[in-house]
Design a protein around this ligand. Structure first.
Ligand code: PCD
Ligand SMILES: [Cu+]
Length: 809
């Protein structure tokens, strides 16, 4: 072995020991999760703790004539019953929403959706509380309700929000009708209209991204404990954004922020559901303040599905204009957004329709115009991301269905049409017509790799043969090939663009090296299952050369973690991941000064080598990070403060734009409507990959949720506003039995502005997956003249498509 080989081998061994970036490090949190040793909100048991449960409205729209709590209060074990009348003197019967609206905590004069919170019973155990809810006598006078958002703004529509009836200007500008929330417009209307007026080919379709729900396995819950002597409140909860919750609690309760301790322990999935604030949080807090003992609130499944934040419900009239050769010239979209009874959408303050304006997708479309109208209906409020950042799933669904419809109209291959219109690698950073600057991308390379791997040409040939055989009556099966080439936008966000309730959307990391060279690091984000304890440690390991196993990651305690805006919108990697790298680099810079002092050389004479600083040209003279850590506490250079720690609040200069090429092959039995996914191939590009195994897990999870949304999951309402999808009997939650096999792949196009080049990935598979499934279904029926088939594509609905097309014999 020569010297160089020995050096290389030694370096490789030391690198491997770190388990840093790029390593398929096993998830450290799974040691407790797989043994059932996680610690969730409902595991918390405090002395004297009481339990709360809600009385909920059976009506979708009704006036409350009276509430009588006397029978409930008389039940042994019931301690208190709260109604709006109790909260009103405290100014807490309404709470602010993230979208600039207010939302009833407990209904006062009216209920506006089925299962709305009307009273909160507090008892010594959950069962008594639940029994007592049935003893609260509420007299209702039913009112006509609005379920169809298209009827919301009719002149004779019943007025839903009497509390803001006369306020004709809302948080996002003028309101056109008492049931109207906002109109949001972006792009160049005149230029877009002009292109449409003269275009060779146009398509126009109403694309519905139906109402659904993130439905994490663990429902929303909280425990509030108020210490009357200290005047301090501790609030444990399933919070994706603990610091924001602390600020909100301080603002609405008047308690000083430093006397509020918010703790998010282990969380059993969030998926956007746990970003906002819910009535249960407020009622547990009020209950504890009033009674002086801890109060726990835990939702059941029906409450979760029918009252906490829904997702989607976007009705998108989508148009494209193109040349005969298939060059897309313009896009025009109008969205009617059904927000339910209160506008509680979880979006950055200035974005009433989230990042819907990413809807020009991966294509170089010169002009576009987007208008969104938000309306109230008698449904639960919300409008959360559900595994996509702020309406990106909706946007990608619109463009990816639209290009397919255009391809069909032009008689062109759908992959070819996409390739023809892709933004080219040399166009990045790319300025989109609707106002975003895409940081980096190489779409052509990704698409080619995907098409080659899946054998696209052969699949189309097979499909052609199958179609002929179907026409000849030799098979009852239709073959669909679904494509989606998506561009995501994650990592909110630059302060100039994005804030939550006025707080700029930065994020943070604090890293502290102990004298023996082990580490604790804390971030402003909060894992709900993503694996942050594993991956942040990998970033630090690579940056400062301490093994990931010696680094502990802590999140979710607002007393110890630096302020951050939380985990959603795949922002942890783009923002807190960047903060982590920057904080680590500050430590490394100080470590270099200490090493120089120890080795009695000038700093500039040192070079970094995996886990140590070496003197250039004298490889045997070095100090490892561990030795430097000890010296930082034992003998720092004169005039340098001892210790080795750093904090960084990172304000990203731009979002990151992950992308991917997805293909789905589906076989559908026309007679039963049963669709079988034969293959699903997902190529993701999330820039630098921190942990390939975690990424693969994220993609599997996101695709499974995409499969659920596209193929069956729905929160439906009947004409009276009864919610139809509020249990797992009716709401499709795929298990291992239904879930297809996933093939994953990747390309790597680093983000040019992120310190380690990483982009988010957690949402991508969902964002790209939903249109891919829907395109596969639509592609299967397209040659029969089916037109656009709305989601969800469950067997019953697909059977009806066959019926409508007269395919059934
Ligand atoms: N490049 C890269 C990226 C990433 N990664 C990884 O992966 C993960 C993810 O990431 P992101 O993308 O950044 O994200 P985040 O922030 O962390 O998270 C969030 C997301 O995440 C996802 N995923 C998940 N998973 C689990 N398990 N659970 C949950 O809950 C969940 N959720 C979902 C959602 S819905 Mo939203 O909220 O709707 O907005 S948004 C979301 C993490 O661990 C990290 O580290 C790596 O490795 N690399
Ligand atoms: Cu979304």
């Amino acid at each position: 072995m020569n010297d160089q080989t020995r050096i290389d081998q030694d370096r490789a061994e030391r690198t491997e020991k770190l388990q840093g970036m790029g390593c398929k490090r096993k998830r450290v949190e799974d040691i407790r999760f797989t043994q059932g040793k996680g610690s969730y909100v409902d595991d918390l048991k405090l002395p004297g703790m009481l339990f709360g449960d809600f009385v909920r409205s059976p009506h979708a729209h009704a006036r409350i004539k009276s509430i009588d709590t006397s029978r409930a209060k008389a039940l042994p074990g019931v301690i208190a019953v709260l109604t709006a009348a109790d909260l009103k003197p405290l100014g807490l019967h309404y709470m602010p929403t993230l979208a600039g609206d207010v939302q009833a905590v407990l209904a006062e004069e009216k209920v506006l959706f089925q299962n709305q919170e009307v009273a909160f019973v507090i008892a010594v155990d959950r069962y008594i509380a639940s029994d007592a809810t049935e003893l609260v006598d509420v007299e209702y006078e039913a009112l006509p309700c609005i379920v169809d958002p298209f009827k919301s703004m009719l002149p004779d529509a019943p007025i839903l929000r009497e509390d803001i009836q006369d306020k004709m200007t809302g948080a996002h500008g003028p309101r056109k009708h008492p049931n109207h929330i906002f109109e949001w417009m972006i792009g160049d209307k005149e230029a877009t209209d002009a292109v449409f007026a003269n275009a060779d080919v146009t398509i126009k379709e109403m694309l519905v991204d139906h109402r659904t729900h993130p439905s994490p396995l663990e429902t929303c819950q909280s425990v509030a404990s108020f210490d009357k002597v200290k005047g301090e409140l501790t609030l444990w909860g399933t919070f994706q954004a603990p610091h924001v919750i602390r600020t909100v609690v301080s603002l609405i309760s008047g308690l000083p922020e430093h006397k509020i301790h918010v703790i998010a322990p282990d969380i059993g999935g969030g998926f956007g559901n746990k970003v906002g604030a819910y009535a249960g949080y407020v009622c547990s807090v009020v209950g504890s303040i009033v009674l002086g003992v801890p109060v726990k609130w835990v939702e059941d499944r029906m409450e979760n599905l029918s009252t906490t934040s829904f997702a989607r419900d976007y009705h998108m009239t989508t148009e494209l204009a193109a040349t005969k050769e298939g060059k897309i010239l313009a896009m025009r979209v109008h969205v009617l957004a059904d927000h339910g009874a209160f506008d509680a959408c979880a979006d950055p303050s200035k974005w009433p329709a989230g990042f819907m304006n990413i809807c020009t997708g991966s294509y170089d479309i010169p002009v576009a115009h987007l208008a969104v109208d938000g309306v109230y209906t008698n449904k639960a409020s919300g409008g959360v991301a559900y595994r996509c950042s702020f309406r990106v799933t909706e946007a990608v669904f619109a463009i990816e269905r639209a290009v397919e419809l255009l391809a069909h109209k032009l008689g062109m291959d759908a992959a070819e049409l996409r390739i023809k219109n892709f933004i080219k690698a040399e166009q990045f950073p790319y300025q989109s017509a609707l106002g975003w600057e895409y940081d980096s991308g190489d779409y052509h390379t990704a698409m080619k790799k995907a098409m080659d791997t899946i054998g696209y040409k052969e699949l189309r040939e097979e499909q052609a043969r199958k179609r002929e055989a179907f026409t000849r009556g030799e098979t009852r099966e239709l073959m669909g090939i679904g494509i989606s080439f998506f561009t995501e936008i994650v990592g909110a966000g630059p302060a100039k663009n994005c804030d939550i309730l006025g707080i700029a959307m930065f994020d943070s990391a604090e890293i502290r090296i102990h004298p023996t060279g082990s580490v604790i690091a804390r971030m402003g984000t909060k894992s709900q299952g993503q694996g942050h304890e594993t991956t942040y440690a990998q970033i630090i390991a690579t940056e400062i050369g301490i093994p990931a196993d010696d680094i502990m990651i802590e999140e979710g305690n607002t007393d110890t973690a630096p302020y951050g805006l939380g985990t959603y919108g795949s922002r942890s990697t783009p923002v807190a991941g960047a903060a982590t790298a920057v904080a680590a680099r500050k430590i490394k810079a100080k470590a270099q000064m200490i090493a120089a002092h120890m080795l009695e050389v000038h700093e500039g004479d040192l070079e970094w080598d995996v886990d140590r600083f070496r003197v250039k040209g004298l490889p045997e003279k070095f100090k490892t990070m561990k030795e430097i850590a000890w010296a930082a506490y034992n003998s720092p250079p004169p005039n340098m403060e001892p210790g080795l720690e750093a904090v960084n609040y990172y304000e990203p200069p731009n979002m990151t734009y992950p992308f991917g090429a997805y293909f789905c092959v589906m076989d559908i039995d026309v007679d039963t409507g049963v669709a079988k996914t034969r293959r699903f191939y997902a190529l993701d590009d999330c820039g630098t990959r921190i942990n390939p195994m975690i990424i693969e897990g994220q993609v599997h999870g996101g695709l499974t949720e995409a499969f659920a949304c596209a193929m069956g999951q729905e929160i439906r309402y009947d004409e009276q506003g009864n919610v139809m999808g509020a249990s797992f009997m009716d709401f499709f939650l795929p298990t291992a039995v239904e879930t297809p096999h996933w093939e994953t792949d990747h390309t790597v196009t680093p983000s040019p502005h992120h310190p380690i080049g990483a982009k988010g990935v957690g949402e991508s598979p969902h964002v790209g997956g939903v249109p891919c499934f829907s395109n596969a279904v639509n592609d299967a029926y397209a040659f029969l003249g089916a037109g656009h088939i709305q989601m969800p594509h469950d067997a019953w609905r697909l059977w009806k498509v066959g019926e409508k097309l007269n395919l059934h014999q």
